[in-house]
Each structure stands twice: as structure tokens, then as C-alpha cells.
Design a protein around this ligand. Structure first.
Ligand SMILES: Cc1cc2nc3c(=O)[nH]c(=O)nc-3n(C[C@H](O)[C@H](O)[C@H](O)COP(=O)(O)OP(=O)(O)OC[C@H]3O[C@@H](n4cnc5c(N)ncnc54)[C@H](O)[C@@H]3O)c2cc1C
Length: 367
């Protein structure tokens, strides 16, 4: 039987462990805390699932496949993990990122609709879109209950025979060192999120990201309130899910951050920025109180392309999700399993080559 050690039980490591265990591998999953612990990127209360990725067809296709994966996962888990509320993209120019996304989605037969800014009234109790060229509507996008999905995935992995070891792992010849022991296997995958640069030389920076949810009036809390992204303003959010309030937050990169010991208190400036955006787009929400907040971290590569790379025979790095990796996890697990099985090589884009800074996969970066 082929054996593998996966280090890191975030959504990437847990999904991969589950997939490999179900396809005949003996899997050991090593996690320094517990699956779903609050320092993980995967432990955000919610993460968005969308297929629009500008011109990047590869990611659009993978997100669409992943949506089926989430549906299967929630059936197995017997609980809702994906809230398919749809997503509205606010396009500031007629021929920018959203237009490119619409073309790709149409080519791939992924449902989407180009709407007039005035149609914003269909989705939100109040909407100011006079600065916009159009809206792009993705009806099958939505919100993942991320932390819960991570815990469920890790639990399913254990049920499928994965051995979960709670320890901090460091690289060792032929395997990984945990405490005084060296564990060995045919393959080792380091899926360590923002901790990866402590262990390997990787093109990655880690930044502090504050997320905010606001207490909003009842009209905003219907399950039909969609997710939204303003690419040009680097702002995004969604309607109330499970009583946590309306999410409204920034995708702009925060300051450098250390994921293990960094203090997890949101900055006042983040609250002020989110309020300023709400005031422009949904004016009556400008003084809605903050109901819930979280501090998380981005593991960013310069071009926002992920890292899937073999650093020595049988030893793989899986990381650099760049703030857009959660939604893909079930499909990405299948892709990486194919790499480990030798079915296909990873795309060159994921290699440890020198990366040219690019924003094609992320929002514009302004606040
Ligand atoms: C604010 C924010 C918003 C985001 N929004 C979205 C979104 O809307 N849609 C989307 O698709 N994605 C989004 N993302 C990105 C998404 O959260 C990540 O892509 C995903 O969670 C990455 O998962 P991961 O498993 O790689 O990392 P993590 O979840 O961070 O897991 C890594 C794990 O490795 C463990 N580990 C590290 N080192 C060791 C070691 N040496 N030994 C043992 N264990 C170790 C850690 O303890 C941790 O549990 C967002 C991220 C943030 C921060």
C-alpha cells in the first residue's frame, strides 16, 4: 500500500488526506493544533465560492468542479456547508476584470448574467451603483461555512482511516520529525498554509487580514441576500449567514504577520475602511455595529498562483493559496492526488520558479 504523510490539517491538507485515504493510500495527517483551530486560514467563519477569475479559465473550471465536491461533502456530512446565495460583482468599467470573467464563464457554460447597475435593487434592500458600468451575476456562487467544513472534512478523513497525529512536524531525511520520532512514507506533502516559509524557502509573504461582520436590520438578513465583490475597491462581503451578521471587509493586503504568535485583534482602521465602503454602497448601513470579527492571514505569492512543487524526491509543498484557495479544496485535492499518483505533472504555473508580480487573480489592491 502506498503511504503518505500530509502535514497541516487546514482545508487543503484535510481534503487531500481524505481523498488519498479513499483512493487506497495509507495516510498520516500531522497537525500542530486541531483541525479548525482559530489560527488557520481555513477557520474563517465563511469563505466565498465563485467561478469568476478574470481571464483565468483554469481556476474558473476548478471552482465549478469544486462546487459539486462541496455538494457531495455536505450530503455525506448531513449538514449544510454551502449557502448558494449567488454573487453580484460590481463592475466599475465596461471592459475590465468582470467583463473578462463573463466571457470565460460563458465559454465554459457556467451560468452568469450581465445586468444593469439599477438591478442592484433586486438583490439588496438599498444599493447605490451610480459609479458602476454593470453588474455580473453568478447565480451558483455563494458562501461556504468554512470552519465547519474544515472540521467535517478532517473528521471524514479520520473515518476513512487517516491517522491524525497532533504534533508540530519539521522536515527530516525520508520523512518528518515529530517530537523524538521520525515518521517516514512514500510521499510527504507539506500543506502548512502561512507556516510554510518557516520550513522551506518559498516565494510567499504572510499578511494580517481583518474580517468584519455587521449587525444589520432584518431586511438584510434574508437567506436570499447574495455575496458581493467590488473588484476595483477590493471590498467584498455577503448577507447574514447563521446569525453572524453581514460580512463587509477588504481584500487589500494587510501588514506582515506571524500566524502562530500574532495578536488577533482587528485594527480600528479596518473598521473605518469597511464603514466607509458601506456608506458609499449601502448608505443606511454606515453606522451598523460590528457584530463579529476575525483576524486571519493571507499566504500570498507574488502572482497569486499557488505552489504545488516537489522539492526533493517524494517531498511536495502545497501552499501559497493567496487568499483564494478555500473554495477549490475538494477539486484541488483530486488534482494533487493525481500528481502524487503520477497521473499528471502539476502545471508549470505552480512551480518554485521566480514569480512575476501580477494581480490577475486578486482584486485591484486599492482599499
Ligand atoms: C481573510 C481571508 C479571506 C479569505 N476569503 C476566501 C474566500 O472568500 N474564498 C476562498 O476560496 N478562499 C478565501 N481565503 C483563502 C482560504 O482561507 C485559504 O486558501 C485556505 O483556508 C488555505 O488552507 P490551507 O489548508 O492551505 O491553510 P491553513 O488553513 O492555514 O492550514 C494550515 C495548517 O497547517 C498547520 N501547520 C503548519 N505548520 C505545521 C507544522 N510544522 N506541523 C504541523 N502542522 C502545521 C497549521 O496549524 C494549520 O492548521 C481567505 C483567506 C483569508 C485569510
Amino acid at each position: 500500500m502506498k503511504s503518505v504523510i500530509v502535514v497541516g490539517a487546514g482545508i487543503w491538507g484535510s481534503s487531500l488526506a481524505l481523498r488519498l485515504a479513499e483512493t487506497g493510500w495509507a495516510v498520516t495527517l500531522v497537525e500542530q493544533h486541531t483541525p479548525g483551530h482559530v489560527r488557520q486560514a481555513s477557520a474563517g467563519e465563511t469563505r466565498l465560492l465563485r467561478c469568476a477569475h478574470g481571464t483565468e479559465e483554469w481556476y474558473a473550471r476548478m471552482a465549478w468542479r469544486a462546487r459539486d465536491g462541496w455538494r457531495r461533502l455536505e450530503e455525506r456530512a448531513g449538514e449544510p456547508l454551502f449557502h448558494e446565495a449567488g454573487m453580484v460583482w460590481f463592475a466599475g468599467t465596461p471592459d475590465g476584470w468582470e467583463n473578462a470573467s463573463a466571457q470565460v464563464l460563458k465559454n465554459l457554460d457556467i451560468p452568469c448574467e450581465v445586468l444593469d447597475p439599477a438591478d442592484g435593487a433586486r438583490f439588496f434592500p438599498e444599493f447605490r451603483g451610480d459609479d458602476l458600468s454593470f453588474l455580473l451575476w453568478e447565480p451558483h456562487a455563494g458562501v461556504l461555512r468554512a470552519r465547519r467544513a474544515t472540521q467535517v472534512t478532517a473528521a471524514l478523513a479520520v473515518s476513512a482511516g487517516v491517522r491524525l497525529v497532533r504534533a508540530r512536524a519539521v522536515p527530516a531525511p525520508g520523512g518528518v520529525r515529530v517530537g523524538g520520532d521520525v515518521l517516514t512514507a512514500d510521499r510527504v506533502v507539506w500543506a502548512c498554509g502561512a507556516w510554510l516559509p518557516e520550513l522551506f524557502e518559498v516565494p510567499m509573504t504572510v499578511t494580517k487580514q481583518d474580517t468584519l461582520h455587521f449587525a444589520v436590520p432584518a431586511a438584510w438578513t434574508t437567506p436570499g441576500t447574495p455575496a458581493w465583490v467590488d473588484h476595483g475597491a477590493s471590498a467584498y462581503g455577503h448577507g447574514d449567514v447563521d446569525g453572524a451578521g453581514m460580512k463587509a471587509t477588504s481584500d487589500a493586503e494587510g501588514r506582515p504577520y506571524e500566524p502562530e504568535h500574532g495578536e488577533r485583534v482587528v485594527d480600528e482602521a479596518s473598521v473605518a475602511n469597511a464603514r466607509a465602503y458601506l456608506g458609499r454602497r449601502f448608505p443606511s448601513l454606515v453606522s451598523a455595529p460590528v457584530l463579529f470579527s476575525q483576524v486571519c492571514q493571507y499566504a500570498l505569492t507574488p502572482d497569486a498562483e499557488w505552489i504545488i512543487a516537489e522539492v526533493s524526491p517524494g517531498v511536495w509543498l502545497l501552499g501559497g493559496d493567496s487568499g483564494h484557495g478555500f473554495k477549490h479544496a475538494p477539486a484541488l485535492a483530486g488534482y494533487v492526488a493525481g500528481v502524487l499518483d503520477g497521473d499528471h505533472a502539476p502545471e508549470a504555473r505552480f512551480g518554485l520558479r521566480e514569480r512575476v508580480p501580477s494581480r490577475g487573480l486578486r482584486t485591484s489592491g486599492s482599499t
